[in-house]
Design a binder for this molecule. Structure first.
Ligand code: FES
Length: 64
């Protein structure tokens, strides 16, 4: 397995979770979504495209 696809979750400063190398993304309704090699998942709760980050954290000045 290459370093690029090794499963990992990185918590970024004042931004999203960066998730890499997972096999499946399970959504709140139990369905599965396409797991891309690298995904940015909302950590602030402000995204209009949850569970994905849409950049709202930056526009709103969210910190955490
Ligand atoms: S972390 Fe980016 S919109 Fe929430």
């Amino acid at each position: 397995m290459s370093e690029q696809t090794r499963p990992s979750v990185t918590v970024t400063k004042d931004g999203p979770y960066v998730v890499t190398g997972i096999g499946e993304l399970v959504l709140p309704d139990g369905s599965t979504g396409e797991a891309k090699p690298r995904m940015f998942l909302c950590r602030c709760g402000l995204s209009k495209n949850k569970p994905f980050c849409d950049g709202s954290h930056s526009r709103e000045g969210w910190t955490g």
